[in-house]
Design a protein around this ligand. Structure first.
Ligand SMILES: [Fe+2]
Length: 387
């Protein structure tokens, strides 16, 4: 007999197809869901690439009509979601196809919530506050990082309060994700770096989360192994399809981990930064990572040491404090290898900004699963250390 207690854990994941040309299955899946007129949610940058035309052709080939909504900015705003929902109703759409990075996908999730639940998007903040499931949602991610295409999370910017709200519900897990490395071959280097570091932070936060489980652990550690090897390679060789495929695989595994184990203090603090200053989400995470580990490490040192091993750290340390230093060094090296070398003060954040940022961060639902409970002073110190 063992006295180990195996607590109940649930794992939610959508159907996904990963591989070259997966995007071309959009039409077939729309037909499988018996829909006739989809809203394609994307952004202006995506419309300028050639990739979207092949996806639209796959819809047309199956007799599916579409209406394009591309009025979506990075860090999607509440009013963009509401405008998309109006267009969805006016155009009599019956499904959503989201093409792009995390922003169009989160916006599409928001539109789906609003059109079936008939209320303002900001009414659904928090965990499990959605009554009615969304229309069919087909996702085609074109970055390797947000994993919004497989997660039960959506992050929307409350434009009046200037904070990001997090919506968490299995009712917004997409119906299918078509994960195709080909569109990533034209992804700019900066976006490759920021989204890739976002994925690594997803895995790290999921692995140390107090809602982690044996199933999420497997996904988190493997994702760290894959991304620490292939993100720098994809950054240096953007057109290499194998490297792009591996970063998508790493991002997918990270998404399955964090969607089910949730996140932690880094995301809570990054959401606050992104809401107030409209900074890139992945860059905020990357710049907070080392300071947050300084805070969390003593609560679960063994977990952090496992993360280091997954990163390839061959520990030479004699005590936990030295090991922490070696782990942080490895993460700094990884971050700098993808060109993220500046500090927050160089992108306009000063000591004066910190009290407001900390006040918003401490209310973020991602904090609930951080392994160490911070008070507002702790959060202020982490921001200050990252300046
Ligand atoms: Fe993230």
């Amino acid at each position: 007999m063992t006295d180990i207690r195996h607590e109940l854990r649930k794992f939610v994941a959508p159907e996904f197809i990963i591989g070259e040309d997966a995007r071309l299955l959009a039409g077939r899946y729309a037909k499988n869901y018996s829909v006739s007129h989809v809203m394609v949610v994307t952004d202006e940058q995506m419309l300028k690439t050639g990739w979207i035309s092949s996806i639209l052709e796959s819809l047309t080939a199956e007799g599916i009509q579409y209406t394009i909504f591309s009025d979506v900015n990075p860090n999607p705003r509440d009013f963009e979601v509401m405008k998309g929902a109006d267009l969805y109703r006016e155009s009599r759409c019956d499904a959503l196809v989201a093409i792009g990075g995390g922003s169009p996908i989160d916006c599409a999730k928001g539109i789906g919530i609003v059109v079936t639940n008939h209320s303002h998007i900001l009414d659904f903040e928090g965990v499990d506050n959605i009554s009615v499931s969304s229309p069919p949602l087909i996702c085609i991610p074109t970055t390797a990082g947000s994993a919004a295409d497989v997660s039960q999370f959506a992050v929307i910017n409350d434009s009046r309060r200037k904070v990001k709200i997090t919506i968490i519900s299995k009712k917004i897990v997409p119906d299918i994700s078509l994960i195709d490395p080909i569109p990533l071959t034209t992804l700019p280097k900066g976006l490759t770096a920021h989204t890739g570091m976002d994925a690594i932070v997803h895995s790290i936060e999921a692995y140390v989360s107090n809602a982690s489980s044996p199933v999420t652990d497997i996904h988190a550690l493997e994702s760290i192994r894959i991304l620490s090897k292939y993100l720098p390679l994809a950054y240096q060789n953007p057109e290499n399809l194998h490297y792009r495929y591996q970063t998508l695989l790493g991002s997918l595994l990270a998404g399955l981990a964090f969607s089910n184990a949730s996140l932690g203090i880094i995301h809570a603090m990054a959401h606050s930064l992104g809401g107030e200053y409209d900074l890139t989400h992945g860059e905020c995470n990357a710049l907070l990572l080392e300071s947050a580990i300084e805070f969390n490490f003593s609560t679960c040192p063994d977990r952090y040491l496992s993360i280091g091993r997954a990163l390839g750290v061959d520990y030479q340390c004699s005590d936990a404090e030295q090991c922490k230093g070696e782990l942080i060094q490895a993460l700094t090296k990884l971050r700098e290898s993808v060109g993220i070398v500046q500090r927050f003060r160089q992108i306009g954040i000063s000591m004066d900004c910190i009290p407001d940022l900390a006040r918003n961060a401490i209310r973020d639902p991602c904090l609930a699963t951080n392994p160490r409970e911070p008070d507002i002073r702790d959060i202020e110190q982490i921001y200050a250390r990252a300046l």
